[in-house]
Structure formats: structure tokens, C-alpha cells
Design a protein around this ligand. Structure first.
Ligand SMILES: C[S@@+](CC[C@H](N)C(=O)[O-])C[C@H]1O[C@@H](n2cnc3c(N)ncnc32)[C@H](O)[C@@H]1O
Length: 187
């Protein structure tokens, strides 16, 4: 390879690598939980506890493979908005929703859940971490309308009193679901 061509390849690699590291750094900084899908029995229980009604809008903040939104659309006739930080997961979930013909009911936003407008939500589903819920709490308090519900898998929202707590056993592991109604009572 000629010297000039080699320099071009090296520069392009360096720029690409730089973009990659800044993406990874931003991803790490913004990530509020790893991808661990909720078992289907937990998903059904979460949506049941939230009392999802036909036509309501369910947000899943950190929607992973979209199973909560897909269940909300198919079993509860609801609309869904999912926010997912991982571009690869967001792309695969978007594809799956198209395959299922649910693209008119469910929208996937690739991005940081902390930056999404939550005002249209009737129900918000969470499976993050307690520290992430703590970080999210002021946004939920500022955005969610009276009568909307928040369901959280396994992790409490610090400072809020749940109106219901249920347990679901799946393969010998017990999952806890917390239901909060807006405005929540302080704990
Ligand atoms: C424990 S998984 C839950 C997946 C799904 N909600 C469920 O219950 O099956 C958490 C998801 O949140 C996503 N996530 C983490 N931080 C995020 C952020 N700041 N914005 C959007 N998504 C995020 C992760 O990529 C992961 O898919």
C-alpha cells in the first residue's frame, strides 16, 4: 500500500475508534440498568396490577425486547411507547414489532429515557434499579398526570408509598411488583 493510502486508512481507523469510544463512554454514563428481560408471568402481572385499559398509553422506560409493550398491545389493546438506550436492541425490537404488525400501536424511541416526554403516559413500566428509580423520580413527579400508574419490577421508588405490592414466583425465583398511583403518597 502506498504511504498516502496507508495514512488515510490509519486516520479513518483512528476517527472511527474515537467515535466508538465516545459512544461507549456516553452509553456507560447514561445506562441505568443492564438488559434483563422480565419473565412473561411478571409482565402479565405488572400490566394487570396497573389496570391497563384499551386505548391507554403504556410507556416502558428501558423497553429491552419490547415484551411489555407487545403484551400491552396484544392482550390489553393498549398503545405503547418504548424507550431503549441500546441502538441494537431498539432496532431489533422495532423490527419485531413490524413483524407482528403492531407498528400502528407501538413506537420505539432509541435514546435516553431521562430525555423523553412522559406527559402522555397512562402507565409507566420500569425494570431498572433502585438508584435509577431515585434519579427518575423527580421527572415522574413533574410529568405524570393524576390517575396515571407506575409499576416497577423488583425495585422500589424511594420516597413513594406503593399502593399495592405483589409477588410472582417464576422457576423458584420470587419477583416483587410495586404499584404506585399518581400522585403517590410519600413514604
Ligand atoms: C432490566 S432491562 C428491562 C427490559 C424490559 N423493560 C423488561 O422488563 O423486560 C433494562 C433496560 O433498560 C435499558 N436502559 C438502561 N438505561 C437506559 C436509559 N438511560 N435509557 C433508555 N433505556 C435504558 C437497558 O438497555 C435494558 O434494555
Amino acid at each position: 500500500m502506498k504511504r498516502r493510502a496507508w495514512l488515510g486508512v490509519t486516520l479513518a481507523a483512528a476517527v472511527g475508534w474515537g467515535a466508538g469510544t465516545s459512544f461507549l463512554q456516553k452509553f456507560r454514563e447514561e445506562s441505568l440498568a443492564p438488559f434483563v428481560p422480565s419473565p412473561q408471568a411478571v409482565v402479565d402481572k405488572m400490566l394487570g396490577m396497573a389496570g391497563v385499559k384499551p386505548g391507554e398509553t403504556v410507556y416502558d422506560l428501558g423497553c429491552g425486547d419490547g415484551r411489555i409493550l407487545i403484551t400491552a398491545a396484544q392482550k390489553f389493546k393498549a398503545r405503547g411507547v418504548g424507550v431503549e438506550l441500546s441502538p441494537e436492541l431498539a432496532r431489533r425490537t422495532h423490527e419485531r414489532i413490524r413483524e407482528l404488525g403492531l407498528q400502528d400501536q407501538i413506537r420505539i424511541i432509541e435514546g435516553n429515557l431521562m430525555e423523553v416526554d412522559l406527559r402522555p403516559a397512562d402507565v409507566v413500566a420500569l425494570y431498572l434499579l433502585t438508584s435509577s428509580n431515585q434519579q427518575l423520580r423527580p421527572k415522574l413527579e413533574a410529568s405524570l398526570k393524576r390517575g396515571s400508574r407506575v409499576v416497577s419490577h423488583d425495585f422500589v421508588i424511594p420516597g413513594w408509598q406503593p399502593s399495592r405490592v405483589e409477588k410472582v414466583a417464576v422457576s423458584r425465583r420470587v419477583h416483587t411488583i410495586y404499584l404506585y398511583e399518581m400522585p403517590p403518597k410519600p413514604r
